[in-house]
Design a protein around this ligand. Structure first.
Ligand SMILES: *Cc1c(COP(=O)(O)O)cnc(C)c1O
Length: 372
């Protein structure tokens, strides 16, 4: 059996080595390293797939920043989101002088509890920022209804959920990140489509908003050396686009591989009483960017797995409202009890496209042994 990794980017690369090497070589030969070239090709392919405008940028954090800049949110505005997420979600808000207002999560899906959103709305609220955590959509239909009722914008953090489909009650389906006003994704190496470095993208349906995002990502430029707003410099480079383009063609296969690994874990681990396996909600597919179980005495199982050569990770050990950097938001222990409790219990198991049946069997047997 091959050693088990949390993520196996090299193993994934070996299967597409020729295509990736060729695509990267083409960039070097063309010397079109930024804008145009492979970047334009990749944006177009993603845009065709999602059915909306796509603006690539430097990373997922920038994508979120660009979203709130483009929507014109200002100092003192409030945005509703959850504290059980990667730091970027909240960091960009604070950086722009926007106040994150936290709402607790549904412990079964780790996503924002839509029943708590309306109570958090104040006259300063301008937007809702659902995070499709671990690869599964937050419940977008009620979120969109609340947003409509209160005239709020919706920005989706789809960093972990590229390719995930939201299922509306009328049976229609829509790609995560394309439902709200703006969607943001990341091509960080461990995401559903990972670059060999940084990358990100902004999705939106409104062509004017898309133009705004594109301009803001390019220094606020209107035409060459003329600037209509204060922007930033955030771009995907063509080497990354060359890699992403090859991998994007395999997205369907990659998501199936993740789903198969998750099915294996589900089947083997669901009978173990002490383990709460991740719930797949009725309103979303699951892309299993992470396979995250909930258990008591999490650190003990993690140590046991480590002894058996099985890596695991805690996403996330401390909700953002309790982090030192964000204490001045005024939350304290007990403010968001579900996020706090869940952060003590979560453990993400190895999850990637290259896990084979021997490895999966070894992981689940080791967990069974621990609980036997
Ligand atoms: C990865 C991630 C981001 C940030 O993406 P980067 O490309 O690392 O900047 C934002 N939000 C969530 C939920 C993420 O998982």
């Amino acid at each position: 059996m091959q050693p088990i990794k949390m993520v196996d980017l090299y193993g994934q690369y070996l299967k597409i080595k020729e295509e990736v090497d060729h695509s990267v070589q083409e960039v070097i030969e063309s010397s079109v390293f930024l804008k145009g070239g492979k970047v334009a090709v990749f944006e177009k392919e993603l845009s065709d797939f999602l059915g909306c405008h796509v603006i690539s940028c430097g990373n997922g954090t920038d994508a979120l920043q660009l979203a709130f800049m483009a929507l014109g949110l200002k100092q003192g505005d409030e945005v509703i989101t959850t504290p059980f997420t990667f730091v970027s979600t909240v960091e960009v808000l604070v950086f722009l002088g926007i106040k994150p207002v936290f709402v607790d999560i549904d412990p079964a899906t780790f996503n924002i509890d839509v029943n708590l959103i309306e109570d958090a709305i104040s006259p300063k609220t301008k937007a809702i920022l659902p995070v499709h955590l671990f690869g599964q959509c937050a419940n977008m239909e009620p979120i969109m209804a609340i947003a409509k009722r209160h005239k709020l914008k919706v920005v989706e953090d789809a960093a972990q959920s590229l390719g995930c489909l939201y299922k509306f009650t009328d049976g229609s389906r829509q790609q995560s990140g394309t439902i709200g006003d703006i969607g943001c994704t990341s091509f960080f190496p461990t995401k559903n489509i990972g670059a060999f470095g940084d990358g990100g993208a902004v999705f939106c349906n409104d062509p004017d908003l898309a133009d705004k995002v594109r301009s803001l990502a390019n220094h606020g430029m209107e035409k060459k050396y003329h600037y209509k707003s204060v922007g930033i410099n955030s771009r995907l480079d063509a080497i990354q686009a060359a890699i992403l383009e090859v991998k994007f063609k395999k997205l369907g296969n990659y998501l199936s591989a993740r789903k198969n690994a998750a099915s294996h874990y589900n089947k083997q681990l669901q009978p173990i009483q002490e383990i709460k396996t991740p719930l797949q909600s009725t309103f979303s597919t699951h892309t299993y960017n992470q396979y995250t179980i909930q258990i008591e005495e999490r650190d003990r199982l993690q140590a046991f797995l480590k002894e058996h050569g099985i890596p695991s990770q805690v996403y996330y050990p401390k909700p953002l409202h309790l982090q030192k950097a964000y204490t001045n938001l005024g939350y304290k222990e007990g403010s968001l009890p579900t996020s706090e409790l869940v952060s003590q219990k979560v453990l993400s198991l190895p999850m990637h496209t290259e896990l084979d049946i021997d490895q999966l069997g070894f992981i689940s047997n080791s967990i069974k042994e621990y609980y036997s």
